[in-house]
Write a protein that binds this ligand. Structure first.
Ligand code: AMP
Ligand code: GLY
Length: 423
C-alpha cells in the first residue's frame, strides 16, 4: 500500500513509526512531517490547506490511502475532497468533524440522543449568557463554541470569573470561535480519555489514556495542549468502558448516521467519570497528542489495516490487540510555553530508542544540519513499564539523557496512577 500521512506533530511521528512496521506498506510519504517522521517516510513540502495540491500529489504518486492526523484539515474538509477524488482517506468528513469543530453541535447531538453530558445552553450574545450564569450560579463552565487550540474553556469557580470569561469570548479573545458561547454545568469526577474507531456503522474500542493539561507540576499553571499522558487510565475499568460504548459511543454513531453525517475516523472522547457514570465533556475527531504516542506504544496489532478498514467500511473485519503494559510519555517543551518562547534553539543530543522507550519528535526542524526546536511542545519521551510507576521511571531516565538547554518538562507525569499503585 502507498500511504500519505498528513501532519507534523508528535502524534504523527508515533503514527508514522507504527505504520512503518506494517508489512503491507510499500511507499510512505508525509506532509509536511518533521525530522523524526523522516526516519520512516519521505517528507513532502505540501501546503495541506491547498486541497487540490494534496490531491494532485496523491494522484501523481498513486497513493492508495491518506491518513489525516490533525483536526484543522478535517474541519476544513480535506477528507471530503480526497474521497471525492477517489482516494481512501482516514478521517471524518467536514460535516462529521463538527463534533470537534463546534461544541454547540455536539451538545445538541447529546440532547437529541440522550447521551450523558452536562446540562447547557448556547448563546450568541453576552447578556443572556450572563443572566443564565447568574441563574445557575458557580461553579460553571464557559466555552467558546469553535476551535480555540484548547484555550477556549474556562472552568469558573466563581460567578465573577464566569461573567469575565463570557466577556472575553464575545470581545474576540478567540476570534470567530468565540462568536457563540456554550455555558455548561460543572461536572465533578475524574477525567479520562477514550479512543474508539468507527466506520459509520461499527465501533472498535481502542484504549484509554489520561493526560496532564496544566503546564506545572501538581497540575498548576495555565492549560497547554498536554504535557504528558499515560495509558491505560485506571478509572476506565472494563465495566466503565462498556458503559461508555453503550451510553455514549453507540448513540453517537447511530445519531450521526440518522442526521446524515455518518462518522468515519477516530473518536477521542473526553470523559468525566462522575458518581452517575461516564459523561461526555467533549469529542475530538483525531488522535490525541500526546495520547496517541502512548496508544501506539501499546498497540500490538498492525495499525495500517485497522485504519484502512475504518476508512473503507470494513471495521467489523479487524481487531486490535494491546500490550497489558502501561505506557507513559513526558513532553519536553520550550521554556516559556504555553506563553512566548525562543525558536530555533539547538537540541544537542537525543538518546537512542531501546526496547522499552522511544523519543518522538513534535516541534523540531533541521536547520543547516542542526536539530532545533521550533515549536512549544518539542519532544515526547515515551516508555513502557509493567505498571505506570515503571513506565514513569524509564521515561524520566531517558528524558534526562536529552541534551537541550532551552527545554523543560513536568517531573510528575502519571502522579495519580503512581499514587494508586503505591496504595
Ligand atoms: P475541553 O477543551 O472541552 O476538553 O475542556 C478543557 C478542560 O476543561 C477539560 O479537560 C476539563 O478539565 C475541563 N472541563 C470542560 N468541561 C467541563 C465540565 N463541564 N465540568 C468540569 N470540567 C470541565
Ligand atoms: N492532548 C489533548 C489533545 O490532543 O487535544
Amino acid at each position: 500500500m502507498k500511504v500519505l500521512l498528513i501532519g507534523s506533530g508528535g502524534r504523527e511521528h508515533a503514527l508514522a513509526w507504527k505504520i512503518a512496521q506494517s508489512p503491507l506498506l510499500e511507499e510512505f510519504y508525509a506532509a509536511p512531517g518533521n525530522p523524526g517522521i523522516a526516519d520512516h517516510a519521505t517528507l513532502v513540502a505540501l501546503d495541506v490547506e491547498d486541497h487540490a495540491a494534496v490531491i494532485a500529489f496523491a494522484k501523481e504518486k498513486s497513493i492508495d490511502f491518506v491518513i489525516v492526523g490533525p483536526e484543522a484539515p478535517l474541519v476544513a474538509g480535506l477528507a471530503d475532497d480526497l474521497r471525492a477524488a477517489g482516494i481512501a482517506t482516514f478521517g471524518p468528513s467536514k460535516a462529521a468533524a463538527q463534533l470537534e469543530g463546534s461544541k454547540g453541535f455536539t451538545k445538541d447531538l447529546c440532547n437529541r440522543y440522550d447521551i450523558p453530558t452536562g446540562a447547557y445552553q448556547r448563546f450568541k450574545a453576552a447578556e443572556p449568557a450572563k443572566d443564565y450564569v447568574r441563574e445557575q450560579g458557580a461553579p460553571i463552565v464557559i466555552k467558546a463554541d469553535g476551535l480555540a487550540a484548547g484555550k477556549g474553556v474556562t472552568v469558573a469557580m466563581t460567578e465573577d470569573e464566569a461573567l469575565a470569561a463570557i466577556d472575553e469570548c464575545f470581545d474576540g479573545a478567540f476570534g470567530a470561535a468565540g462568536a457563540e458561547v456554550v455555558v455548561e454545568a460543572f461536572l465533578d469526577g475524574e477525567e479520562a480519555s477514550f479512543f474508539c474507531l468507527s466506520d459509520g456503522k461499527t465501533a472498535l474500542a481502542l484504549a484509554t489514556a489520561q493526560d496532564h493539561k496544566r503546564v506545572g507540576d501538581g497540575d498548576t499553571g495555565p492549560n497547554t495542549g498536554g504535557m504528558g499522558a499515560y495509558s491505560p487510565a485506571p478509572v476506565m475499568t472494563p465495566a466503565m468502558v462498556e458503559r461508555t460504548m453503550k451510553e455514549i459511543i453507540e448513540p453517537t454513531i447511530s445519531g450521526m448516521s440518522k442526521d446524515g453525517n455518518p462518522f468515519s475516523g477516530v473518536f477521542f472522547a473526553g470523559l468525566m467519570i462522575t458518581a452517575k457514570g461516564p459523561e461526555l465533556i467533549e469529542y475530538n475527531v483525531r488522535f490525541g497528542d500526546p495520547e496517541c504516542q502512548v496508544l501506539m506504544m501499546r498497540l500490538k496489532s498492525d495499525l495500517l489495516p485497522i485504519l484502512y478498514a475504518t476508512a473503507t467500511g470494513m471495521l467489523d473485519k479487524v481487531q486490535a490487540e494491546w500490550r497489558d503494559d502501561a505506557a507513559l510519555t513526558v513532553v519536553l517543551a520550550s521554556r516559556g510555553y504555553p506563553g512566548a518562547y525562543d525558536k530555533n534553539t539547538p537540541i544537542a543530543h537525543i538518546p537512542d530508542a531501546s526496547e522499552e522507550a522511544k523519543v518522538f519528535h513534535a516541534g523540531t526542524a533541521l536547520k543547516d544540519g542542526q536539530l532545533v526546536a521550533t515549536g512549544g511542545r518539542v519532544l515526547n519521551v515515551t516508555a513502557f513499564g509493567k505498571d505506570v510507576t515503571e513506565a514513569q521511571a524509564r521515561a524520566y531516565a531517558l528524558t534526562d539523557k536529552v541534551e537541550w538547554e532551552n527545554g523543560f518538562c513536568r517531573r510528575d507525569i502519571g502522579w495519580q496512577a503512581v499514587a494508586r499503585e503505591k496504595a
